[in-house]
Design a protein around this ligand. Structure first.
Ligand code: NAD
Ligand code: GDU
Length: 326
């Protein structure tokens, strides 16, 4: 069964393609390679196209007749969204609207969407579950919330069935190191820390040490990319089994501070990580920790690899062989 995977050349999408292929599906990657890599498309056909170009989406449907969609493609840098919100509304919202309209026109009505904990905003001391009000702080989170709403509307009018996953911080890499995280520029904490370990950069700047947290640095809930994509296969089966539309958080419920992540990287790699203290980064929430009971109870999703040492170990293994070169 062909599954259209937008953003399949990116970090999470490429892992999802591997998981889909392993589960017996054929992933058709649709990607404009704006932040993804041709060499990451290893598990099925590649269609180069841009979601803001409706004709290129139609060509992908006509060539491959997908039965469902996993929609990962988006821009997702909070710093970029803070300086260029129009880019985020155009790429993430207009691009998604084109895809959703194409899907319904081609009668492809099972849709899995990558949303984010950034839609919750910054709600200190609240465990963020699927019923928590969404109050995004930036255009990135707002663009994802808007797509959730569009999906709802097309559900009402066109019978579109959707599973919406709100991810917390995705980390780690394929344990077999066939694919991994490779962003240029890199903005995510763990690959930056590993660049510092490898000597590719001088060190890590900690963005703010005056937050009201246990050690003054921000807290995030990290989930292993392999666990995360396993949830997508479960979400796809949920839809194909006719279980209907549902929102699921994907996280572990455990929060790690920036300093704790860096300390863990020191232990796993047995190397030093030089750090400097910097200013707070605009758009950062203080603490984002998931209540993910729903995914465990209803999807029977059980994260297997989402411990901090395991995520860093797998990311480090990939980091040492990563070959999507600039
Ligand atoms: N990485 C995280 O921690 C995290 C957390 C929450 C949500 N997400 C969401 O997960 C999804 C995947 O994130 P990622 O980290 O793999 O990002 P990524 O940048 O590695 O992958 C995104 C892919 O989408 C493609 N793309 C972007 N715009 C496109 C367009 N208009 N047309 C066609 N292709 C386009 C890019 O080329 C890239 O291959 C995104 O939707 C992101 O918002 C990620
Ligand atoms: O060099 C760095 C990089 C990051 N951080 C800190 O490390 C934490 C994690 O930062 P990341 O950039 O790794 O991740 P974010 O929490 O900003 O971003 C993640 O969550 C966002 C929602 O807030 C989006 O969904 C985004 O796609 C996803 O990667 C933050 O407190 C950040 O300030 C540093 O101190 N130094």
């Amino acid at each position: 069964m062909n599954i259209l995977v937008t953003g399949g050349a990116g970090y999470i999408g490429s892992h999802a393609c591997k998981a889909l292929a392993k589960a017996g599906f054929t992933p058709i990657t649709f990607d404009n390679l704006s932040t993804g890599w041709r060499d990451a498309v290893k598990f099925g056909p590649f269609v180069e196209g841009d979601l803001t170009d409706r004709a290129s989406i139609d060509r992908a449907f006509e060539a491959h007749d997908p039965k469902a969609i996993l929609h990962f493609a988006a821009l997702s840098r909070v710093d970029e969204a803070m300086s260029n919100p129009g880019l985020y509304w155009r790429n993430n919202v207009l691009g998604s609207l084109n895809l959703i309209e194409a899907a319904t026109d081609h009668n492809c009505l099972d849709f899995v969407f990558s949303s984010t904990c950034a839609t919750y905003g910054d709600q200190d001391n609240v465990v963020l579950d699927e019923t928590t009000a969404q109050m995004p702080l930036n255009a990135y989170g707002a663009s994802k919330q808007a797509v959730e709403r569009i999906l709802h509307d097309f559900g009402v009018t066109h019978g579109l069935r959707r599973v919406i996953f709100r991810y917390f911080n995705v980390a780690g890499a394929d344990p077999e190191a066939e694919v991994g995280e490779f962003h240029r520029p890199e903005t995510h904490l763990i690959p930056i820390v590993l660049d510092a370990v490898a000597g590719v950069r001088d060190g890590v700047t900690i963005y703010g040490t005056d937050y009201p947290t246990k050690d003054g640095t921000c807290i995030r809930d990290y989930v292993h990319v392999s666990d995360l994509v396993d949830a997508h296969v479960l979400g796809l089966r949920w839809l194909l089994d006719g279980k209907g539309s549902r929102v699921f958080n994907l996280g572990t419920g455990s929060g790690f501070s920036v300093r704790e992540v860096i300390d863990s990287a020191r232990r796993v790699t047995n190397r030093d990580v030089p750090t400097t203290i910097g200013d707070r980064r605009a758009g950062d929430a203080i603490k984002l920790v998931s209540g993910s009971k729903r995914a465990e109870d209803e999807l029977q999703w059980q994260p297997q690899k989402s411990t901090m040492p395991q995520m860093i170990e797998d990311a480090w293994r990939w980091h040492q062989v990563a070959d999507y070169r600039e």
